[in-house]
Design a protein around this ligand. Sequence first.
Ligand code: 13P
Length: 250
Amino acid sequence: MRKPIIAGNWKMNKTPKEAKELVEALKPLVKDAKASVVVCVPAVDIAAAVEAAKGSKIAVGAQNVHFKESGAYTGELSADMIKAAGATYVIIGHSERRQYFGETDETVNLRTVAAVNAGLNPIICVGENKAQREAGYTDALVEYQTLIALTGLTPAQIKKVVIAYEPVWAIGTGLTATDEQANETIGVIRKAIARKYGKGVANAVRIQYGGSMKPSNVKGLMAQEEIDGGLIGGASLKAEDFAKVVNYED
Ligand code: 13P
């Protein structure tokens, strides 16, 4: 059985002081969590979040990583730096990076390989926009995004990867994919992994849903067979809300 994983994506929110406060508020609320709990914070908040999370189940992640080990890449952070700051996860290929910062499937793959080689757990984001869904391209697109991202990893490495299926039209819009839509597309992703790497690998990979996931809809989504967790934006910025998502079984 796959262990559920609930991750917050704080996006460009919270100073180090606010990060410390949020993690400290979250700690007692998620102490009995059955799911893995992760907060993916702005890079300048990693140290404060890691310090505040000590002695808890909360793991800290970054929101992007560069694929080179070091060198003349002004403004970038290597996987080793992120790891040394205490993060253990990193979001890769979020649709906002694809939309605003020129992220491509190829750079998602380079970042994934770099993260895995440094010992970070990648959370790789895939998902279609509204036009792509309406045109009937969702399945082909998420299969392609997923398989390119995983290229060059060994089956053992792929088992540890987390995929986040985030339909772009559901992000920050209040619109959510229905439980069945999310389950179906995540099933498509898992079948694509199974075809290429075998059922053993596909059954080990944790695949989250993301897009307006919140306390009021988490239960229905998590009841679906294929959905192993959530990547939460807006509802991860308040300790009480995020804790309700984490403790969805209560
Ligand atoms: P919202 O939960 O705010 O829709 O954001 C989802 C998301 O993009 C998580 O990465």
